[in-house]
Ligand binder design. Structure first.
Ligand code: 5GP
Ligand code: ZN
Length: 135
C-alpha cells in the first residue's frame, strides 16, 4: 500500500528498532511506548484491520505474539503482558495497517490499559445475544 507508514516499516524501507522478523511479520518497538518494551507486530502484507486479515496470517500473528510475550518475560522481567489490537478510530486505531500491541506490564506501572466496568442488564444481554451472529 502506497503511503502506508507501517508497510514501509514492515518491508524495511523505513528503518526501525526490530525485535523479531520472519517471512510474514516484523516486530518493532513502539515510538510512543506505554511501558518499557512496548512492541508492535506488523504483518508485511497490508491489511487495514482484523477483518481484512487472512485467517492463516492472523493465526500466525497470535503465535508471534506468544513468542514475543515469552521473550519479554525472560528479557525484561516484566510481571505481566497485555496484548491489545485496535480496530477503527472509535477503538483508538490511529494507523490503519493491522498491528498488535504487546505491552509488558510491571507491578504498579499505571499504564492504564483498562476501562471502567459497566453492568450487563438482562435487556442488554437479550438484545446482544439476538443481534450478534458469529458465523
Ligand atoms: P493504534 O493507536 O493505531 O493502535 O497504534 C498505533 C501505534 O503506533 C501507537 O502506539 C504509536 O505510538 C505507534 N507508531 C505510530 N507511528 C509510528 C512509527 O513511525 N514508528 C513506530 N515504531 N511506532 C509508531
Ligand atoms: Zn500498510
Amino acid at each position: 500500500m502506497e503511503n502506508c507508514i507501517f508497510c514501509k516499516i514492515a518491508s524495511g524501507e523505513i528503518p526501525s528498532a526490530t525485535l523479531y522478523e520472519d517471512e510474514d511479520f516484523r516486530v518493532i518497538l513502539d515510538l510512543g511506548p506505554a511501558t518499557k518494551g512496548h512492541a508492535l507486530i506488523l504483518p508485511k502484507k497490508h491489511a487495514a484491520n482484523i477483518a481484512e486479515m487472512p485467517d492463516d496470517l492472523l493465526g500466525r500473528a497470535a503465535s508471534v505474539a506468544k513468542k514475543v510475550a515469552v521473550a519479554m518475560k525472560e528479557g525484561l522481567s516484566c510481571d505481566g503482558v497485555n496484548i491489545v489490537q485496535n480496530n477503527g478510530e472509535a477503538a483508538g486505531q490511529t494507523v490503519f495497517h493491522f498491528h498488535m500491541h504487546i505491552i509488558p506490564r510491571y507491578n504498579g506501572d499505571n499504564a492504564g490499559v483498562t476501562w471502567t466496568p459497566g453492568k450487563l442488564t438482562d435487556e442488554m444481554k437479550e438484545e446482544i445475544l439476538n443481534a450478534v451472529k458469529v458465523k
